[in-house]
Design a binder for this molecule. Sequence first.
Ligand code: HTL
Ligand code: MG
Length: 633
Amino acid sequence: MGVLDRIAKPQDIARLRLAQLHTLSQELRDEIIDVCAETGGHLASSLGVVELTVALHHVYDTACDRVVWDVGHQTYGHKILTGRRERMRTIRRHGGLAGFTTSSESEHDALTVGHASTSLAAAFGMALARDARGDAYDVTAVIGDGALTGGIALAALNQIGHVKPRMTIVLNDNEMSISENVGAINTFMRQLQVQPWFQRAERSGKEALSDLWSPLAEFGSRAKTAARRFFDPASNNPFMAMGVRYVGPIDGHDLEQLVYYLRHIRELDGPTMLHIITRKGKGYEVAEADPITWHGASTFDRLEPAALGKAYQWSDAFGDSACALAAVDDRVWVITPAMREGSGLVAYSRAHPQRYLDVGIAEDVAVTSAAGLALRGEKPIVAIYSSFLQRGYDQVIHDVSLENLDVVFAIDRAGLVGGDGMTHQGVYDVAYLRAIPNLSLAMPRDVPQLRAMLKGALRRGGPVALRWPRGGVKPGPDLPVEAWDDIDWGTWERLKAGDEVVLVGYGPTVGTALAAAGDDPRVGVVDARFLKPLDVTMLLALADSGATLVTIEDHVLAGGLGSALLEVLADAGRSARVVRLGIPDVHVEHGDPARQREELGYGVEAVRARVASLLGERSAAARVVDMPQPTSV
Ligand code: HTL
Ligand code: MG
């Protein structure tokens, strides 16, 4: 029986000796690899914080102390240690554990999270609440070097350094966001590690440690001395400049040091940042060698991990199109907020490095820098996930739309996203973008349409948002940009005749509509590829035809296409029977999107059933109308 097997509750970890903590770390690492091999998931990040996880649970009681993990994707070890070991193989799956910390899942998860950079502000609030109530628990934020590039993290640090509540900030620095980390603070952190004083300090830290490994009471003041040794005021440390005590960097895989510093920092007043250096993928060779691929892995064979190959994705179609467009127009730029791989931009970043920008996890900066570029005549494309564009919403309105600037938003992961779940669902952007003046919004149903829309967007100018889903797509034919289709801006396309029930979809739900309609001559299909401007002419013609209109969207119903359609009909004083299919007023958890769509009533089977019942209703109504009227007496 291993150490892990003997842990009934996380509080048991407090009693373990150093040697047992080492064994526990090994066992935990092993289990994380096994789980991820079976389920896929955020392997490399979780492996990198195994020792930190064990140290945190050794020092803190997470049932009352608050440990706030940023993003929450690195918490596989934390979940295993906090009563969820048996359910780990359900992670990210339908009805299973969430891939991120989720407070409804466990009292040990301090925050429901998935988007980056929120931990510092949330922990700051918790520390204020604790002090206001006179409580004594500890508050610790664990933030990655990637997440620290986000504006909200830096703004929170600014407050923390000003108000100075007692809290610990563990900066988990593995030099990686999903791809290589970027930014000036990152450069500073790299410089820290090559300073001779740092290397000296690391050695003397070790010595200080062997000196001081004895009961806690002895340590208070000596810890401060040791901590001070680690800091060279001549280094212009930006964290110190912001009013946060800085300790480090230390080796984040050295359990002894981790425990030592966490213990002593909790005794200090005010905020302290412990900078730890870790290796993403630590302990699993392939993941250490290629942490980018193994950041979010699909299932794999532990002993023979093959290259994680993937079919052609919508992201690839965008990346290839952007590459081609930038090659024929030297004013085209692509900006990504830290999502080079996910947005299909690896090839683009190599082909056009001068007109490629990774701004870090800073969606607001991505949008407003695009505005700046556009103000000077460039043609920026902001490549961004639907759910992360939420972070740049004010910038879209205030910096882009007000000036009617030529900025294209290339919105990926629009629709249900699967394993990432609630925090990452791309199901709000139609609603939140449709409200913005000057902006066009469209969704292609295939790659030729994507190319036509992207080319058209750059040509016509003004803010244009194009969206596509997560997942595979058939590659387009190999054609030069001049041979790409043109698109008639703002028009819909009637793909199948039929005038009793007309299914109206956009993007992938056009495929749903076609499949559900089959070859029934009574059922028509329309591709509502422009969500703004809408094709009012076609819409009113459809309404006047007397057909029942069924909108199908992989998006929330509130503010989606169905709502837009009803607005047009109401304003034009027309009436039609409209049935709206899509996501009701709930958060959709992680799971298999195809199954979720059926359950939510807009998968192929669900739509087919709905169409059958609508056709049934119509013929029943027609029979009533056709019946001979009884003669009056
Ligand atoms: N933008 C926002 C606002 N939130 C998230 N989560 C992302 C983008 C995407 N994302 C992740 S994990 C991650 C990004 C950019 C890198 C985080 O790097 P960090 O952690 O250094 O903080 P590390 O992986 O341990 O190195 C997810 O969506 C899971
Ligand atoms: Mg990192």
